[in-house]
Design a protein around this ligand. Structure first.
Ligand code: MEV
Length: 296
């Protein structure tokens, strides 16, 4: 018997990095998904994953799942993906959640969303050593979420017609390295960073309201402020800054990097009539437009 599980990728809207230090963030999902197929096999445990990075997450998920629920792990697991891990859409968390779904189906173990979150978050921490778990929550709950580290708060937000342009900077970011580097710098000047995180925390609270109200002008302005603070944290790059600036100059409500920084993607909040202009300005700045549905 073959079973399938799948989970979507994510995009951070507001609050990256500060979320690691106990401030809230807002995350949304993207339409590309990762699929995991599992089959009980008489032979050896085997994983067939085109994205090598995902193998470790699948292995750790199977290990923790079989230990916790006392099942054997004689499985053949295959993963398929709608998206490449290079964009920073959270392929590790999506493959982790999709694997938990597939395992719970094959062993007929009914799990609550909370149990799936706790197991998935443990996998992420065991492998990466750092992370807030926002990406695991997005993969499980879908849509747009207000989130606090470790799933202390996971609150779905009713956001309609969020119109974003996503620009890939062409550089793959190493999230763990960037988070650890920031942690190192914080040790040396704690207070300065605290102030930045507090400001980001306030932006997230305001964005929670403006997004639900469909107040795109306000949401865009908050994105710009959030990006400015991420620059102050030292996690942005010249390319990301250029892409954000050109998006704003071409009529976006606002723009910011999304995720850890150091590369990956930026996002721009746009009205329908400005979308094309914003997209071509990002391409002119050397970015690649990623066409996906969001808030799915
Ligand atoms: C990375 O996409 C977002 C960070 O806040 C890390 C995390 O929350 O796990 C930098």
């Amino acid at each position: 018997m073959k079973v399938k599980g799948s989970a979507p990728g994510k995009l951070m809207l507001f609050g990256e990095h500060a979320v690691i230090y106990n401030y809230p963030c807002i995350v949304t999902t993207v339409s590309p998904r990762i699929y995991v197929e599992a089959e009980i096999t008489p032979g050896q445990f085997n994983i067939d994953a085109p994205q090598v990075k995902n193998v470790r997450f699948v292995e750790e998920t199977v290990k923790l799942f079989s230990k916790k629920y006392n099942v054997d792990n004689k499985l053949l697991i295959k993963t398929y993906s709608d998206f490449s891990s290079q964009y920073g859409f959270g392929s590790s968390s999506a493959v982790t959640v999709a694997t938990i779904y597939a395992l719970s189906k094959i062993y007929k173990i009914k799990l609550s969303k909370r149990e799936i979150f706790d197991l998935g978050y443990k996998v992420i921490l065991n492998i990466q050593g750092v992370g807030s778990g926002f990406d695991i929550a997005a993969a499980i709950f879908g849509g747009t979420l207000y989130f606090v580290i470790g799933g202390k708060v996971i609150e779905p937000l009713s956001v309609k017609e969020l119109s974003l342009v996503i620009g890939y900077s062409g550089v793959k970011a190493d999230t763990t390295k960037i988070v650890k580097n920031l942690e190192f710098r914080i040790h040396n000047s704690e207070l300065e960073y605290r102030k930045i995180f507090e400001k980001i925390g306030r932006i997230v609270e305001e964005a929670k309201i403006s997004l639900v109200n469909g107040d795109w002008e306000k949401s865009g302005e908050l994105m710009n402020q959030n990006h400015q603070l991420l620059q102050e944290l030292g996690v942005s790059t010249e390319k990301l800054n250029r892409m954000c600036l050109t998006a704003i100059e071409s009529g976006a409500y606002g723009a910011k990097l999304s995720g850890a920084g150091g590369g990956d993607c930026m996002i721009a909040l746009v009205s329908k009539d400005k979308k094309e202009d914003v997209e071509s300005s990002i391409v002119d700045a050397g970015g690649e437009i990623i066409n996906v549905k969001i808030n799915v």
